[in-house]
Design a protein around this ligand. Structure first.
Ligand SMILES: Cc1cc2nc3c(=O)[nH]c(=O)nc-3n(C[C@H](O)[C@H](O)[C@H](O)COP(=O)(O)O)c2cc1C
Length: 434
């Protein structure tokens, strides 16, 4: 009997790896179930790191709503449609991606793993999925870009109150070969985050997550100018905690640790960062400033109202990410998935609409794609993978998400991402009232 050649799909390949290892007695180091993944990561991370990564705004109603929104949709699988060969590729801004996933911009990844953005970049390279580099990264974009090799990269911009710094970050993003600039609109100030507040923990105050700034020539001039000013106010009491903070700030500043300990620059850098981080006075008109400075596609992240989507199009943007920052900004804000259909209807295919906030599985991604998202950004799940296994942890999480999407496509009767449409979705029957 000749063996039948069955094309190995991503989904079946992932199952095979796990079940084969299981037959030999080992279980996945990075749990496959979303709840198990979260639990394992929590055990691995410090309480501060966990609060920062898992925490959201207020009573975390929006964070919960982001997940619950997926329960309101059901798929209706179709049969006998020859789904043996499946293609998960999508095209975005002229580039073909192997799956409709991007690694969302996540700041301060050193809280999850010491290799932080470098580890994520190695995973992105292996997966050939776009990494969206954060303005609040733990590692500057240039070395991260080297780790990325030929993998696609986008740059996420927090619009600083200093325009020269904005220009400088954008030209660096161009120099490292970014395919797009993602302007995050929903975080011009930090939301009210009780978990972090109760620990009194803001990573930036410890010099964490400000590497894009401390390596920027414009920012460094601001720091030098600040450090040259005569000291004002009382100096902090030399408590053990204050000393640890000073050590952390000095360790994070570029240059020799011993020199940094004696220098006023590292502390001035933290203060300067807190001053220039963002600009709450930004309006639609300011987008012209960015348009003049770059030919790269401009993508706005954090749009949840169709009127804002319309304004975005009026102002010539090239893409939108429907997102509420994983519920980290406005407690009680609309669930991102609930906002997606209206935004898509208003945009009507004129620019790609991406989605994030609540993607925990391949089935979740399927729902967002079926509603019309061009691709989805994965946030917390890959950070949990990073905490558990560095680069290979991120690869495993993304492989699992891809595998489940592939199998969901097969089992619902579609062979391409374009084939994942609203015809495959129904609203779940409303729950009986109690
Ligand atoms: C720890 C953490 C840090 C984040 N940092 C950034 C950031 O620097 N820039 C940004 O645009 N979004 C940032 N986000 C938001 C993500 O890009 C994304 O919108 C969010 O994680 C989606 O929610 P989910 O992870 O619950 O699915 C961050 C999210 C988390 C959890």
């Amino acid at each position: 009997m000749s063996p039948v050649a069955v094309p190995e799909s991503v989904g079946r390949a992932a199952q095979a790896v796990i079940y084969r290892a299981g037959a030999l007695g080992s279980r996945p180091r990075v749990p496959v179930s979303p709840a198990g993944l979260e639990r394992a990561a929590r055990r691995r991370m410090s309480s501060r790191a966990w609060a920062y990564v898992a925490g959201s705004a207020g009573q975390e109603r929006t964070a919960r709503a982001n997940l619950a929104a997926f329960d309101r949709f059901r798929m209706v699988p179709r049969m006998l449609r020859d789904v043996e060969k499946r293609d998960l590729r999508v095209e975005l801004f002229g580039r073909s991606l192997p799956a409709p996933y991007l690694l969302a911009p996540i700041g301060v990844l050193e809280l999850a793993h010491r290799d932080a953005d470098l580890a994520e970049a190695r995973a992105a390279r292996e997966l050939q999925l776009p990494m969206v580099l954060s303005t609040q990264a733990s590692v500057p974009m240039e070395p991260v870009a080297r780790e990325l090799g030929d993998a696609p990269r986008w740059f996420q911009l927090y619009w600083s109150s200093n325009d020269d710094l904005v220009s400088s970050l954008v030209s660096r993003a161009e120099a490292i070969g970014s395919d797009a600039i993602v302007v995050t609109l929903d975080t011009h100030v930090l939301g009210w985050r009780p978990r972090d507040l109760d620990l009194g923990f803001l990573p930036f105050a410890h010099g964490q997550g400000i590497a894009q700034y401390t390596t920027d020539p414009v920012f460094r001039e601001l720091v030098a100018a600040r450090a040259a000013l005569p000291a004002t106010g009382p100096s902090p009491r030399p408590t053990p905690a204050a000393l640890r903070t000073l050590l952390s700030i000095s360790r994070h500043y570029p240059g020799r640790f011993a020199d940094n300990l004696r220098s006023p620059l590292p502390r001035a850098a933290v203060e300067t960062f807190l001053e220039v981080f963002s600009r709450s006075s930004l309006t639609w008109r300011d987008l012209a400033f960015l348009r003049e400075r770059t030919r790269l596609p401009i993508v706005l992240k954090g749009i949840v109202d169709p009127r804002d989507a319309e304004l975005a199009l009026d102002h010539g943007v090239d893409g939108i990410v429907v997102s509420n920052h994983g519920g980290r900004q406005v407690d009680g804000a609309v669930a991102a998935l609930d906002a997606l259909p209206e935004v898509l209807a208003r945009v009507a295919g004129r620019v790609p609409v991406l989605f994030d906030s609540g993607i925990r599985s391949g089935a979740d991604a399927f729902v967002a794609l079926a509603l019309g998202a061009a691709a989805v950004c994965v946030g917390r799940p890959y950070v949990y993978g990073l905490a558990l296994g560095g680069t290979s942890g991120v690869v495993e999480v993304m492989r699992n998400l891809t595998a489940e999407l592939d199998l969901t496509m097969a089992l619902t009767g579609v062979t391409s991402v374009a084939g994942i449409g609203p015809d495959l979705l129904r609203h779940a029957p409303a729950k009986m009232g109690v």
